[in-house]
Design a protein around this ligand. Structure first.
Ligand SMILES: Cc1cc2nc3c(=O)[nH]c(=O)nc-3n(C[C@H](O)[C@H](O)[C@H](O)COP(=O)(O)OP(=O)(O)OC[C@H]3O[C@@H](n4cnc5c(N)ncnc54)[C@H](O)[C@@H]3O)c2cc1C
Length: 377
């Protein structure tokens, strides 16, 4: 491009980083603005589970299928298995009741890997090497931004976007905390649940945060743990309601376990989010019940953490140009599928900003204009 479009992407999570990467590959002059550190929030603390067809039948079907395939090709280009732990997985669903209640003894199932020695039942294979995979989300996001900086000229600025300057009906510049002003041809807002803190967006739609907890364990006998992701219905011994934690062994030898979530106010500082001790304690109980390899003494606790899922009121991501502000775009609200849908969101957004429309995924149903239309109706 002779005069490349100057695009500012605000937010260094998986959505902003994928957008910056694909925009720069299309020839834009891209600056990524991140308040704290790339992948410091949900994109660094997620599970990294990917599914080809689990969004079928809903509005995200084509986004998810396209993105699953893009993950596969990105992994080939960026040496995903080595750089960020990309690998296909077998995925099981199962029901586990904590011992010392009316415990059901383990079913002898050929499907269950030997490291899962819990009293499990209702064991089903819900994903295969063809349909489910994983990445280490923090390493994925960091690999992509490092590649974009080294090979496609992306600049990273650590700073907090405070506001946008709009002249007439067009975005003119971004203004950072402290007053630094940078002129832009286009701006993409990808600040996850923090998008709600910008009045320009919160006046059109709501992005709220669901706080979810996770732990990362390092089992002594890492080699015993096979690539099986587990989706549990978990019945704690002293509580009636089942929980639905997820267990993801990683090729690094770590085992990631997440669950226990609730809507909560999103704090200003992404780095200041900590898990509540009761929820973390519950995840540790899940770990030791699922496998004797994951109990105290057998596994070191590497991380106890929490982060926020970015959610919209209709459960559908918001990806598109903001009504009434030309050159200003938003990409957020990916809920529990942001790592999966990052690549297709980034590629589609790059097409929209540079070409004026997206051909890789039809973005109509993701448009922020749907909220304005609903309000009018
Ligand atoms: C426990 C858990 C497990 C999950 N597991 C999976 C999974 O297995 N598979 C999957 O597909 N998805 C999963 N997800 C969902 C996924 O993590 C999110 O959908 C995704 O990370 C959202 O990415 P994002 O870029 O929109 O937001 P974030 O990752 O939240 O990034 C937003 C960024 O914006 C920055 N920012 C905020 N305000 C400003 C500002 N004013 N100026 C500049 N920068 C700013 C923040 O510092 C942050 O880095 C999981 C989520 C959780 C919580």
């Amino acid at each position: 491009m002779e005069n490349p479009k100057r695009v500012f992407v605000c937010g260094g999570g998986v959505i902003g980083v994928c957008t910056a990467y694909f925009l720069a590959k299309k020839g834009a002059a891209v600056t990524l603005i991140e308040k704290s550190d790339v992948a410091c929030a949900a994109s660094g603390k997620a599970g990294g589970f990917l599914a080809h067809d689990w969004c079928d039948g809903g509005p995200m079907e084509s986004l998810a299928r396209t993105s699953f395939n893009l993950h596969r090709s990105l992994s080939q280009q960026l040496n995903g298995p080595e750089s960020y732990g990309y690998r296909p997985l077998t995925t099981l669903s199962l029901t586990i009741t904590e011992p010392n209640t009316t415990t059901t003894l383990p079913s002898s199932s050929a499907t269950l890997p030997s490291w899962v020695d819990a009293p499990a039942r209702d064991i089903k294979t819900i994903g295969t090497f063809e349909t489910t995979a994983q990445v280490h989300p923090q390493l994925f996001t960091k690999t992509l931004i490092n590649n974009a900086v080294a090979h496609h000229g992306v600049k990273v600025v650590i700073g907090k976007l405070e506001r946008l300057e709009v002249v007439g009906d067009r975005v003119k510049s971004v203004v950072l905390e402290g007053g630094r002003v940078m002129e832009s041809d286009a701006v993409v807002l990808a600040m996850g649940p923090w998008c709600n803190k910008l009045e320009l967006l919160s006046s059109i739609f709501r992005v709220y945060g669901i706080k979810a907890h996770s732990i990362v364990l390092e089992p002594r006998e890492a080699n015993a743990i096979t690539p099986h992701a587990l989706f549990l219905s978990y019945y704690p011994s002293k509580q009636g309601n089942p929980l639905d934690p997820e267990v993801y062994p990683r090729p690094t030898g770590e085992v990631y376990i997440c669950g226990i979530s609730a809507e909560e106010e999103v704090p200003d500082d992404p780095e200041g989010i900590i898990g509540d001790p009761e929820s973390i304690g519950m995840l540790k109980r899940v770990a030791k019940t699922v496998s004797s390899h994951l109990g105290e003494g057998q596994a070191r606790v590497k991380a106890e953490q929490a982060c926020f899922l970015p959610c919209t009121d209709d459960g559908v991501p918001v990806i598109g140009e903001i009504p009434g502000v030309k050159g200003c775009y938003v990409a957020t609200g990916h809920n529990c599928w942001g790592i999966l849908n990052g690549p297709a969101t980034g590629a589609a957004m790059a097409e929209l900003v540079i070409d004026g429309h997206s051909s890789i995924v039809d973005l109509e149903k993701f448009s922020p204009a749907r909220f304005a239309r609903k309000r009018k109706a």
